[in-house]
Design a protein around this ligand. Structure first.
Ligand code: SF4
Ligand code: SF4
Ligand code: SF4
Length: 301
């Protein structure tokens, strides 16, 4: 099933519960700023509209159907999954920032204050939604998978206590797994579910209440379609949504951008990819050598 998130701007009361839940589940500090950051995957922007007054707009990754960010990632750290989420792999990201350049919605953000900076963004709670309450725990209290390997979320090993918090925060009132922001929303302004069903729900709300909505689902067609939809009572243009992104999927356009980047930068990016590969290869070789040494010492004893 391909999942999506529907944001109904007419229902949002600007309480910030979605943002606070996101901060909490990622163990990020409280943040009420209106701009996204490496430690802030969703924010609320307030726009004053002369017809309807204040409109609160959630900013977050749109989980594009054909994501430009993933198409330029040299090491495959970003991936559009069958689940619908565009995921991010902490172990692969080398912080090259190509994804920042490619994203049409200016979503990925750089860890400027880190000694080993990477680029971060919302993952639609993908890893969190796949943590289950029955996952085993090792002697040190960390959650392990069926192979006995420690499970990580955003590159962080999690304890049994964290597992339970994550499961609670990503289980909705129907007892289904959902993004933490949608579970926290008290106004049904952020809803998580099957992409086709949410698109149908968005259209139903518009058709049933033509006086309350403009006849457009933002995200249905933009950049070839996204997995985050917005519906609104006033025009998206008046709310500052980008109307220049077009309906074409962007990877092709991305390559046009890359063509404009000087060869030296592209070469440097490829070199970084090579460094990443070499480092991984080194780890593989070390693991292999350790294994050989262990087997030898077993035989000799
Ligand atoms: S909105 Fe940007 S970061 Fe998110 S999937 Fe699309 S291209 Fe990638
Ligand atoms: S889907 Fe998860 S990561 Fe994305 S904004 Fe919502 S809570 Fe944050
Ligand atoms: S939790 Fe729901 S109502 Fe509150 S700000 Fe987020 S989307 Fe709006």
């Amino acid at each position: 099933m391909s999942h999506a998130i529907l944001v109904d701007l007419t229902a949002c009361v600007g309480c910030g519960a979605c943002r606070d839940a996101c901060q909490q589940i990622h163990k990020f500090p409280e943040n009420e700023e209106a701009c996204l950051g490496a430690k802030c995957f969703t924010t609320l922007k307030t726009v004053e509209n002369e017809d309807v007054g204040e409109v609160y707009i959630r900013q977050m990754c749109r989980h594009c159907q054909d994501p430009a960010c993933a198409s330029v990632c040299l090491v495959g750290a970003l991936e559009k999954t069958k689940d619908g989420a565009v995921t991010w792999d902490a172990n692969k990201c080398i912080g090259c920032r190509y994804c920042m350049l490619a994203c049409p919605f200016d979503i990925p953000k750089y860890e400027w204050d880190s000694l080993s900076p990477k680029v971060r963004k919302c993952t639609m709670c993908y890893q969190e939604r796949h943590i289950t309450a029955d996952m085993a725990v090792d002697k040190e209290g960390y959650v392990v998978n069926k192979r006995g390997e420690r499970v990580t979320v955003d590159g962080r090993e999690i304890t049994a206590e964290e597992r339970d918090t994550i499961v609670e925060m990503t289980t909705n009132y129907d007892d289904k797994r959902a993004s933490a922001c949608s579970v926290a929303c008290p106004a049904e302004a952020t809803i998580f579910g099957d992409r086709d069903e949410l698109l149908a729900e968005a259209r139903r709300r518009i058709v049933d209440n033509p006086d309350d909505y403009v006849p457009r689902v933002y995200g249905q067609k933009e950049v070839g379609g996204t997995s985050v939809f917005y519906i609104s009572g006033v025009s998206f243009e008046s709310l500052g949504f980008s109307t220049k992104v077009g309906d074409e999927a962007l990877p092709q356009k991305t390559w046009n951008v890359l063509e404009k980047i000087p060869d030296i930068v592209v070469t440097a990016g490829v070199a970084l990819g090579a460094v990443y590969w070499i480092t991984n290869r080194r780890d593989d070789v070390k693991r292999y050598e350790d294994e050989v040494k262990k087997n030898r010492s077993k035989k000799s004893s």
